[in-house]
Design a protein around this ligand. Sequence first.
Ligand code: ADP
Length: 453
Amino acid sequence: MYKRILIANRGEIALRIIRACRELGVETVAVYSEADRGAQYLRLADEAYCIGPAPARDSYLDIPRIIAAAEVGNVEAIHPGYGFLAENAHFVDVCQSCQIDFIGPPLEAMKLLGDKNQARQLASRLGVPVVPGSDGLIEDEQQALEVAHQIGFPVLIKASAGGGGRGMRVAANDLALKSELQQAQAEAKAAFGNPAVYLEKYLEGPRHIEVQILADRHGHVLHLYERDCTVQRRHQKVIELSPAPHLPEELRQAICQDAVKLAREAGYTSAGTMEFLVDRHGNHYFIEANTRIQVEHPVTEMVTGVDLIKWQIRVAAGEKLPWKQHQLQTRGVSFECRINAEDPERNFQPCPGRIDELFVPGGPGVRFDSHVHAGYVVPPHYDSMIGKLIVHQPTREEAIACMRRALDELHITGVRTTVGLLRRVFRDGTFIHGQFDTSYLDRFLAGGACGEE
Ligand code: ADP
């Protein structure tokens, strides 16, 4: 096991990793930007170094500064968390050449799965279903039109290097496809430095089901079942749960097996996620892989009892996974709500600023993963998520009741948050009965999806 690692991230996930390390007896080196100077969670690390000014490109994304901190801090490994450098193959390469372990997948596996188009082609080769679409990248307008006519409108233009709900555009006809294609390519080049795009059929009202993978360096690839991340706003996840409601056991097994097949073939190690869409007819389609720990990992931890961060660190250090697949089961139901400092009344505009009062819910089955406290100033430079409220209970009904009371207890003043919206969703009949698809939340917000409780 490592003696000391550096955490190349901030906020709740940095704190989550510090906690795992302390329990493992591993020392931690935290890094922070000037905007995060003085944040209380930094005191829980053994050391903390300032790596630059507030903008992420000058601090959390600045590879030389992070490597310098790793050298000064004398660490053996770096945990990247999620976001920032977590899926940056160049960073993995630099770590390797500096003889620092990257706590994540091998470089080749990250490159292969991190490119959405290549991952899709790998899936096709393995017989894992993918959404009907282009056979590889789109070269020009003519080809895009041909593919669209073949699969039928509406189609989705996706950036090969995309992520986080960005780099996707829907087109409903020839004209829209022509103009959206150009814009999608320009946007992808600006956002990801790579203009490559491909086409997929735009599925109407699918569910988003993803599978947690955990693999060691000794050839063991396991799945830790599924998460349902269907409740999204503009393709960004808002509420996640495990297990997925109304998912036939046979389909659940098929999706999990396909996820394992992909991970094994890609030579994957560490924690990772294979994402799928499930259509109204119960067909599943692989859409992409996430080669990192995900925001929503706690729901899997709650139902499986496996600490994913600790196991990421252990397998990076060379330990073997101690289970056979059949020894991993899920128990009960877990929900996670992302708590964002955003103003739902102003189109979810980020709402940074000082948190005046904070009361954190607790009691049986409640977990709050967050670095914030009363007096904490949410900086304007980063993601607006300030915490994750997670519950775990024996049944779905009990989990919903538990989340409702936990959301009612959670009291935050000073910044606007999404808590009020979440309270309403957990009282909406359509949501409670698990009858949602990816358009649910946008319709709910438009006033059209409110079912009776
Ligand atoms: P990102 O990497 O940006 O998160 P994903 O490929 O994971 O993008 O897709 C994010 C979300 O976009 C999905 O959960 C789903 O809601 C929607 N989506 C993606 N592909 C399709 C598709 N072919 N049809 C309909 N919705 C889709």
